[in-house]
Ligand binder design. Sequence first.
Ligand SMILES: Cc1ncc(COP(=O)(O)O)c(C=O)c1O
Length: 386
Amino acid sequence: MPYPAGRHFLQIPGPTNVPDRVLRAISAPTIDHRGPDFAALTREVLAALKPVFGTSGPVVTYPSSGTGAWEAALVNTLSPGDRVLAFETGHFATLWRDLAGNLGLDVDFVPGDWRHGVDPSVVAERLAADPGIKAVCVVHNETSTGATSRIPEIRQAIDDAGHPALLLVDTVSSLGSVDYRHDEWGVDVTVSCSQKGLLLPPGLGFNAVSEKALRAAESATFPRAYWDWRPILAANERGFFPYTPPTNLLYGLRESLALHNEEGLANVFARHRRHGEATRAAVRAWGLEVLCLDEREHSPVLTAVLVPEEHDADKIRALILDRFNMSLGTGLGRLAGRVFRIGHLGHFNDVSLAGTLSGVQMGLSLAGVPVDPGGVNAALRVLENT
Ligand SMILES: Cc1ncc(COP(=O)(O)O)c(C=O)c1O
């Protein structure tokens, strides 16, 4: 393979491009995880994480992927056989359903078309029909489809029904990129991880936890050991963890949270919204279809693009990787071959988006997909004028 000049464009919807400052922070020497410098690092990082979740409560941090953080949310708050309400918004909602089923939970899985977020009126209907539901599980940003669910409206539906169910929300691909408010929106457990909006490599999982969820953890009867919040929170009080923590990722987290603070979270969110809008302008000008059908639910972090029936989205992705050294997201589950996903999140600016869309436009054209070459210009107009 010849040396590929220039940087690889990692435009999948996570893991995302890690900023150089974060990579340098991670490369510092590992320190004693039982010493005073480490305790100071833990305290600093756990405090700095809270604003990103919009919480004043604890954020349990694991050396794990997002899947581990899903499991942690369930085993800490529920008991075998409990009924939970979940929604088929796409591939990741389906995987979370499978995990819950494997644990022995009884999942009421509301079917969906993979083109919408969760409908709050359906939450209300299901809860009214079943007072025994113990938790409502929602994926905030469905990474397989680019549809975002409206968490405040879902919370309102739970409150209107006067239902005691816990609200568990997956923010794996929205946290740090999309406005999110754990406390204000009355979320009980917010699940997330490091490799997307938090600008880090994979390896950290999170549970932000409400007081109600902490109380539920006392009566939950799932066996739990590694995922148990209680010993972790007790050790965190002293600045430590009950196991060997991922020290270098925590250095990286300190740096990535500093980057977020320097830019300002409101500006980070606005930047992602703008890039989503510009990307959709390009897709429409190309004459292609955005998968997400509801204007209120378009994801600021990724856009899933439907390709015409006679084309295979994975072949277009392969061509773009080969010719332009750019990775796009594949179609997952039932969307395999039907869509490609453009990640526009994380360490990303206007010119990165212009380059990304140029690569996509050239790739579509080379693959023989009939696209209007005005797509990139349509996006540039949005960037110039907003
Ligand atoms: C919305 C969502 N939830 C959960 C996961 C699973 O996270 P992980 O692959 O880190 O286990 C992903 C992964 O991309 C995701 O996008």
